[in-house]
Design a protein around this ligand. Structure first.
Ligand code: IPT
Length: 958
């Protein structure tokens, strides 16, 4: 038996973009033309192959009464509880044999049926035409209306329109859409995400009155020297353009120059206007801005801009890429509230409404085409469609569908050809077409290392050192490239705990003007809500090939709760710098924005002793132009302040409500030490007393044979002992292709997760109990000679830990500290860094203060469990009836399971309380870095195996 493509289904494997669709044009919502949304419940039938069923279902009168139903927009694999197939996650591997343009015979095919009547207000069918618009269908669709085939198309995240006026009826219209999961188009859509077939964006029927606007291009530039804007609207159908606020009234094709306020991401001034053609009025939202390459820099309105960006995939944990407006708005609000000013729409044009929000709230956008052929890297890019002329029409079709749809958005400042598609003639053709069609924006593509086709040098995951070389123009490369500005289109891989190293990158971007910023990979974890697993990731649906939790690498958890990475990012990219030198009575305020002054902000100070506010007031900050700084005098410390460690906490908050956050929203902050900490002292006066196998020392009770602490006062404890292991993070484990040292693997090879504790001596001395041990893994010569020295003043108990590495340590330690167990603990209070987790290279957002949480509240819900939740710089903490003071400050972690259980868990639902609260007090932890896709922690954040001494004072809490 042989399988073959029948003539009926040949279009599926045809490299062409399709047939029957109208030419691409601007996407807009008419003021007066009627439209009908065809979103809602559709009849649905799934077949295993493209040709299993004939097209009789498209005929009028077909009875689909026994079919299933799905929601449109939607992906059928997310709607049938597994009955309608399931999602597949691969990063770059094609989940089918690579034999372009052929696709597997097993090609899940969803027949969709929708019967509809025209609404009562639909104009007479004889007047004007009608257009049927699909905003997104993955990956290939064939469409019939009332039994007549109207076309087929590919290009999943791009709009396709069909003229259907002559086919419409008043009632009982039958819209039939056959969607194939795999098509030739799939080869162009190998983005790192779930493969999710379906009609996942809106389906709309648009009335097109006679004389309606068709396509139009709003050109609105800004001359920063004269302060004027020039408007010209080119329209296929002539008409009049009015902008009442500017007194503009002119014909299409004509231009007017008037004084305007420019549009920027910081101050997104939009002017309401209208295009009126004979048959239709179209609302315009005009933002005047000029994007140019000048002096080797990307300039907007004459100024260098710095992108503080994220890569945004469209994601919802239940609905996949079928996003509603509220979810899109939530993304934009969360971005604005976290100081983000730019988005790369990785790796396809988003739902068009998202760009309206970017215009309105203010975000710079790199609009990226729906193109990735990453899987060809497996064969050295041989047969890559972007270097094969047969595919060029499909590439040009994609480029034009993006540009034509989105060209009227002021927020879009850069077009991107796509992602990870190698290089080739097809990409060059796309770049040429785009440059020619739209001279008012720049072109981006990362894979073009020589920048032949692009207007900027772009890279992903380059190390700090390399980025610095690029910033200093020491990176070599072609002459063309050397003259171009630089962006990191992806960096700081936000998978699991992390990213670390953000602040070190930001310093470089602020120091070198060629470095125009960067886009964190990525915005949100693509976890799929799952009844047993919490959130599913690759492999959880039994996929043959998959890339595990590499799909959960965002700054937001799947439910859109900000992860610590986002909180860190907000701090690192804050638009106002606030810092000072301890003790000099001033604070330095820097306006780090590109356009705006400080008038939207108000500043305050708070004087805090031991984290408790003593007095607060407003700080008068002079108006500062972008880039300017001033030293601002702090008030005298409050006379009545109690003694103790004190800080000035300075905040910049919104002076008034904005469209994206309420008045008082904290935009930026800083702390200045006012009076240093005094470390706990304890006079060792108590003596160890030995009796019946038990040693007591002050409030401490010990096993006399092992020297193990068993209780502090009335609080039973599982004895503290040295701990060097952490449940490796995704960044510790690193990506398989990483050539740099992947410490997570080396640690495990060395056996740091199975350290043995050898007891050498228990010595009860005059004023101390000393326990000598050696902590080491089987099969290795390395070890840590570790001495626990206990002293007491009768009320409190001090533990001093002294460790000395032995042997040849060639790796840093994951952590260095002690772990002990409490039989009960819930509330946790501490003075130190908070409120959230922080590590050596992800600690900018940690504020010194008095914090309170619970053991459960201290867990960070990474989709794949791993080390999390450490609070840094803790001076003292109270939990489980104990007060613990550190000398020096320590990292605090408390959880209801052991590190070993955390390490073994694949999903959060694998974690169950084991009856003990396990507390880690760390002298240090290894940095976090970004090695799940980028560089590891910088050397200064490595936790070297070195002699160390640290201590804790334990007392029963009052
Ligand atoms: C880079 C991709 O562009 C992006 O889609 C995503 O896969 C990211 O990596 C990792 O999460 S490609 C890089 C691995 C070379």
């Amino acid at each position: 038996m042989s399988f073959r493509t029948t003539a009926e289904t040949a279009y599926v494997e045809d490299v062409s973009p399709g047939s029957g669709a109208l030419p691409p044009r601007a996407w807009y919502a008419s003021s007066d033309a009627t439209s009908l949304s065809l979103n809602g419940r559709w009849r649905f039938r799934l077949s295993r192959t493209a040709d299993a069923e004939d097209d009789s279902f498209a005929a009028e009168g077909y009875d689909a009464g026994d079919w299933a139903e799905v929601s449109v927009p939607g992906h059928w694999v997310l709607q049938g509880n597994g009955v309608l197939g399931s999602p597949i996650y691969t990063n770059h591997l094609y989940p089918f044999p690579v034999d372009p343009p052929r696709v597997p015979t097993e090609n899940p095919t969803g027949d969709h049926l929708r019967i509809f009547d025209l609404p009562a207000d639909w104009p007479d069918l004889a007047e004007g035409g009608a257009v049927l618009r699909f905003d997104g269908v993955e990956s290939c669709a064939r469409v019939w209306l009332n039994g007549t085939e109207i076309g087929e198309f590919k290009g999943s995240r791009l709009p396709h329109e069909f003229a259907v006026g002559s086919l419409l009826k008043t009632v009982d219209n039958v819209l039939a859409v056959r969607v194939h999961q795999w098509s030739a188009g799939s080869y162009l859509e190998d983005q790192d995400q779930w493969w999710l077939p379906g009609i996942f964006r809106d389906v709309t029927l648009l009335h097109r009155p006679a004389g309606a606007a068709a396509d139009f291009f709003v050109h609105a530039s800004y001359d920063h020297l004269s302060g004027t804007g020039t408007l010209r609207v080119d329209s296929d159908v002539p008409g009049r353009v009015t902008v009442p606020d500017l007194g503009i009234a002119l014909a299409t094709g004509e231009s007017a120059t008037v004084p305007v306020q420019p549009w920027s991401a910081e101050v997104p001034r939009l002017y309401a206007g209208e295009l009126a053609t004979e048959g239709e009025r179209v609302p315009l939202r005009i933002g005047f801005r000029t994007v140019e390459l000048s002096d080797g820099l990307i300039k907007v309105n004459g100024r260098r801009v710095l992108f503080k960006g994220v890569n945004r995939h469209e994601w919802h944990p239940e609905r996949g890429r079928a996003l509603d407006l509220d979810t899109m708005r939530e993304d934009v609000l969360l971005m604005k509230r976290h100081n983000i000013n730019a988005v790369r729409t990785s790796h396809y044009p988003p739902h068009p409404a998202f760009l309206d929000l970017c215009d309105e709230y203010g975000l710079w956008v790199i609009d990226e085409c729906d193109l990735e052929t990453h899987g060809f890297t497996e064969q050295g890019w041989r047969d890559n469609p972007v270097d094969d002329d047969r595919w060029t029409p499909a590439l040009l079709d994609r480029a034009s569908r993006m540009v034509e749809r989105d060209k009227n958005h002021p927020s879009v400042v850069i077009w991107s050809l796509g992602n990870e598609a190698g290089t080739g003639r097809g990409l060059t053709a796309m770049a040429e077409w785009i440059h020619d069609r739209d001279t008012s924006r720049l072109v981006h593509y990362e894979g073009d290392i020589d920048c032949r086709d692009t207007d900027m040098y772009s890279r992903m995951y380059a190390s700090h050192a390399e980025v610095e070389r690029i910033g200093r123009h020491l990176d070599g490369g072609t002459r063309r490239r050397r003259e171009l500005p630089f962006v990191l289109c992806e960096y700081a891989h936000a998978m699991g705990n992390g990213p670390g190293g953000l602040a070190d990158y930001q310093r470089l971007f602020e120091a070198h003007e060629r470095l125009q910023g960067a886009f964190v990979w990525e915005w949100i974890d693509h976890g799929i809500a799952h009844p047993e697993l919490g959130y599913a990731y690759g492999g959880d649906f039994g996929e043959e090939l998959h890339d595990g939790n590499f799909v959960c690498d965002g700054l937001l958890f799947p439910d859109r709760q900000p992860s610590p990475g986002l909180v860190e990012f907000k701090k690192v990219i804050e638009p106002v710098g606030i810092g000072g030198t301890p003790g000099d009575g001033t604070v330095r305020i820097t306006n780090k924005q590109d356009f705006a002054g400080l008038s939207a902000l108000s500043f305050s100070w708070s004087y805090e002793v031991e984290g408790e506010p003593v007095e607060s007031g407003t700080l008068t900050v002079p108006e500062l132009a972008p880039g300017e700084s001033a030293e601002v005098k702090l008030p005298a410390p409050p006379a009545a302040a109690p003694t103790g460690e004190a800080h000035w906490t300075l905040r910049a908050v919104l002076a008034a409500e904005t469209p994206w956050a309420p008045k008082g929203h904290i935009v930026a902050w800083g702390q200045v030490l006012a009076s240093p900490r005094r470390v706990p002292s304890l006079a060792p006066t108590a003596r160890p007393v030995s009796d019946a196998g038990v040693i007591t020392l002050g409030p401490g009770t010990f096993d006399a044979r092992t020297g193990a602490l068993t209780a502090i006062g009335a609080v039973p404890v599982t004895a503290p002992r040295l701990d060097v292991w952490r449940a490796t993070t995704d960044n510790d484990d690193g990506a398989a292709w990483q050539t740099d040292t992947r410490y997570g693997l080396l640690w495990r090879q060395l056996g740091l997760h199975r350290m043995r504790h050898r007891l050498d001596a228990v010595e009860a001395g005059e004023h101390a109990l000393t326990v000598r041990t050696r902590v080491a893994p089987a099969a290795a010569e390395v070890g840590l000679s570790t001495v626990y020295r206990w002293t007491s003043d009768g009320d409190s108990l001090r533990l001093t830990v002294c460790t000395t590495p032995e042997g040849d340590w060639t790796v840093p330690l994951p952590r260095l500290g002690i772990r002990f167990g409490l039989s009960a603990a819930d509330e946790v209070r501490w003075f130190g860094g908070g409120p959230g987790e922080a590590y050596a290279d992800s600690r900018m957002a940690s504020t010194v203060g008095r914090w309170q949480s619970t053991v459960d509240g201290m867990q960070t819900p990474y989709v794949r469990p791993q080390e999390n939740g450490a609070r840094i710089d803790v001076r003292w903490a109270e939990l489980g009836g104990l007060r613990i003071e550190g000398d020096p400050e320590f990292l605090l972690t408390a959880r209801r399971w052991t590190t070993e259980q955390l390490d073994a868990a694949a999903h959060r639902t694998d974690l169950t309380p084991d009856g003990t609260v396990w507390v880690n007090l760390d002298h240090g932890q290894h940095g976090i870095g970004s090695q799940s896709c980028g560089p590891g922690p910088l050397p200064q954040y490595h936790l070297r195996a070195e002699p160390a001494e640290f201590s804790f004072v334990f007392s029963p809490a009052d």
